[in-house]
Each structure stands twice: as C-alpha cells, then as structure tokens.
Write a protein of this length. Structure first.
Length: 481
C-alpha cells in the first residue's frame, strides 16, 4: 500500500475505540477524530463557493422558452443535495469524498442543453445520465475501466489534478486572470490585472504564505487554521477599508444570519420531455457528453484523492470502489431530480485529506455544514475565495509530490503521463487530461507493436474519447448544427 506523506499530523494517533471509530475505521487508517473534524471543515470551506456559483451559472441562463431558474431555490437545492449525498458517501463509501453540483456539467446544462428545451426537460436528461451511470456501475463496467488503467497513469491523474486544483486556487483568488481578447496578445493569462493590487489579493498572498509555513512546520490543522485566520483578516479589512470587489463571496457580517430555505425546485424534471423538443440523435449526443464528463471527472477525482490519502491497496485500487461509484451515480440522479444539475465527487475533498481526513467521518462534518447552510447561508458563505483558495494551492503541492513514482525513462508511459498532467490545468478539465493520456497511451503502445498489452476496455475508452474530442465536427457532419 502506498503511504501518504502529506498528513500534517504530528504524533501517531491513539486508538480510542468506540462505535464510530470501529465503523469508520478511524484508528485503523491512522487518523483521529480531530483530524477528521478538521478535514471536514476544510473540505466544506474550500467548496462552499458552489452555493454561490451554481445559482449564478444556472440562474443566469435561459431555456428554450426564455424561462430562468430562481437563484434562491437553486441555492437551497444545491445545499440539500450536497448535504444528503456527502453524508451518504461518508456512511456508505467510508471515504472523505464530498459531493455537490458539478462545475463543468452545470455549464454544459446552461449553455448547451437548456437553450434546446425547457429546464424540466434538461434536468430530465441529467436524471437519465445518472441512471445510465448507475447501470454501468451495477454491471461492473465502470469499475472495470478504473481497474484497467495502468498504475503510472493513475499517478499521473493525481499529479494532474494537483496542478489543476492549484490553478483553480490561483484563478479563484484572482492571482491569475485571463487576458481579454481585445488585448490582442498571444499570452492567454496574466498575473492579477497585470500587477497584484487590492486588499483581497493581499489576503490571498498572506494566506498562501501562512499555509505553507504551517504545513512546513507540521502544525495540526494547518489548512483550516489558515482559512479561519485569513477570513478574520478579510472581515476586518472589509470593515475598515473600501474594497471594490471580493468576487463571488464577500466577508460581510450578515445583519440576519438565518435564511429560510425554499424547496420549490425539487421534483422539477421531465425524463421524456427532451425527446419532444429535439431529435433522438441530439438527445443521445447530449447524454453522451454528460456521461463522459461526469464519468471521468469522478474517476480522476476518486483515484487522485484516495491516492493522496494513502488509501489505495497494494494493487493501486480504491477500497469499496463499487459503492463509491454507485453513490456518485445516485448523486447525479439526485441533482437532476432537484433541478440543481448533476452532483458529483469534488476534487476539493483533497483539502480535507491534506488536513488529515482519511475516512467517511469527515463527511459527517462536511455534510452537516451543508445542511446548516440551508438555514445559515449568510454566515457560512462569508469566507471569501481569497481566504479559502490558499488551501487549494497547498493541496496542489501535496498531490504534485506523487510525480516521483512515475518512470520518466520509459517514454511509452512517460509521454501519456505528461499529457495527462499538462492537459488538465491547461484546458481546465480533468476529463480532457484523462482523454489525452488514454489516447496517447494506446497509440504509442500500438506503434511499438505492444497493442496486446493494452486492456480492451482502454481501447474502447480511447475510442469514446476520440468521439468526445471530435463531437463538434461529428455534429456538423450529421447535420445536427
């Protein structure tokens, strides 16, 4: 078994016994209640932005009939699904993997799906996608594909996710920004707005320095301490200085900390409606796109986070993988049924792992906080991205350390590993990185006369990725566009 070297813990944990300890195997996995609790808090605060972002992405889009979803109802549905599915993953999967509405998938729904049909019809497709993914799990196909991936590629997926999650942290904080096309420059990104300016940027930079210092000194609770202290700093700055823009979440002390949840979107879906709005071929292609994105984002996240936690077995497999994947499929169904888009496993779970979480007990904390968010959203969303994002940068470093396990002398595996690692952050997509690595792996093996060494499932998956990458010309060829 690969042993994680990233836990900030100090002395070896003491076996405390008790029902919770035995059920979640806390002591057995070298953890403690304290680490699990800190990990649960860290994961929540690094992904709580979804309570703001999902309503913005879906709520700002219009369906075929010009209808928009209510932002308040979206926030409630997002928090509810995240709470329920994260708790189920904790109890059923016993891994520190939190779930919420998937970024990327919600953009597909808002930009590609909803303009072709009603919101109810679009969410019906999400339900269908989740059911089909669950069927793949029950037939063993989804798990078999994950087992067929060579260990070096799994390690590359984890490293690529590390770079990707670090980039997410830099972008969320505004440390890295995209240069507008009007600038007529060949450089796609830049530092801040050209320079680092403003109080929010100071909070982020201080947060990064504080986090890495605490990690280097192996302080228990390093990530969570950093998030909490920098949130306090941000609140003070916001009270004393004039800050134009904190981004999605602002550290404003709420006048009323309680907000009543609005469950109006629950059950707003129609699994057959899309077939009356567009052609069957279009429906099939839309579902295919949703499945592929959800399928491999989850695969990369589960492998990457569990590898970072040191929980892979001696064969490099995820413990209880079948249950984990089935819960993830059910989360997609729940997301569609609540009209909040497909819910999936979150890479930000790595923040909790970096804080020491090793079991599903951490999910009880994360899920409980999402449940509280149903009523206390004004309080729990005062953590600005500039205070939470340093955790993602630190976790990116921790996950990057697994690059040492890849044999860079063997080009047949090193090149696919490199493409997997590079494409994830450069295209802002876990799925794209996995696809590039898979295709390169099978092509290189075939070119070397070693095609028989490649599992047939990898061949099939690589072909699906070719279709995925070529979806636009295929749609034009078939007259869909």
């Amino acid at each position: 078994m690969q042993t994680s070297t990233t836990s900030p813990a100090g002395a070896p944990p003491t076996r405390t016994g008790g029902a919770f300890d035995r059920f979640f195997r806390i002591s057995e996995r070298g953890s403690t209640y304290g680490r699990e609790i800190r990990g649960g808090f860290a994961t929540f605060f690094t992904m709580a932005y979804i309570l703001v972002l999902n309503p913005i992405i879906l709520g700002s889009a219009k369906d075929k009939f010009g209808e928009q979803l209510d932002a308040t109802q979206l926030a409630t549905a997002t928090a509810l699904v995240a709470a329920v599915m994260t708790l189920i993953m904790g109890v059923g999967g016993n891994l520190p993997l939190a779930l919420a509405a998937g970024l990327g998938i919600n953009a597909i729904v808002a930009v590609q799906v909803a303009p072709l049909m009603s919101w109810d019809d679009a969410m019906g497709l999400i339900v269908i996608e989740g059911v089909l993914i669950s069927i793949l799990v029950l037939t063993g196909l989804r798990e078999a594909i994950m087992h067929a991936i060579p260990q070096p590629l799994k390690q590359a997926i984890s490293v690529g996710i590390g770079l990707f999650i670090a980039l997410i942290g830099f972008v969320d904080a505004g440390f890295v920004t995209r240069i507008p096309d009007a600038a007529k420059t060949t450089v796609p990104v830049q530092l801040g707005t050209g320079t680092l300016t403003g109080w929010p940027m100071l909070v982020f930079c201080l947060g990064v320095l504080l986090t890495v210092v605490l990690l280097t000194r192996k302080v228990n609770g390093a990530i969570l301490i950093s998030i909490a202290l920098m949130t306090v700093v941000a609140v003070v700055i916001n009270q004393l200085a004039t800050v134009k823009n904190w981004g999605l979440t602002s550290p404003d002390l709420p006048s009323n900390p309680v907000a009543a949840p609005d469950f109006g979107l629950l059950g707003k879906f129609d699994v057959m409606g899309a077939f009356g709005q567009v052609s069957i071929l279009t429906v099939v292609l839309l579902i295919f796109t949703l499945i592929l994105s959800d399928f491999f984002d989850t695969m990369g996240t589960v492998v990457g986070v569990t590898a970072e936690a040191g929980l892979l077995d001696e064969r490099g497999q995820v413990p209880g993988l079948g249950r984990v994947l089935l819960i993830d499929g059910a989360a997609a169904v729940a997301g569609g049924a609540s009209a909040s888009s497909s819910a999936t496993t979150y890479i930000e779970s790595a923040a909790g792992v970096g804080e020491g979480a090793r079991t599903g007990f951490a999910n009880l904390i994360t899920g409980g906080l999402f449940a509280l968010a149903l009523f206390l959203t004004p309080v729990l969303t005062i953590v600005p991205l500039q205070a939470a994002s340093p955790a993602l940068v630190a976790v990116g470093f921790l996950m990057m350390t697994q690059v040492k396990h890849i044999d860079w002398e063997r080009y047949e595996i090193a090149i696919p590993a490199f493409l997997t690692i590079a494409v994830m952050p450069f295209t802002y997509s876990i799925t794209n990185g996995i696809g590039a690595g898979f295709i390169a792996y099978v092509v290189i093996k075939a070119a070397m006369g070693k095609a028989r060494e490649v599992h047939w499932l990898l061949w099939g998956t690589a072909l699906l990725f070719l279709v995925y990458f070529a979806i636009d010309p295929l749609e034009q060829l078939l007259g869909i566009k």
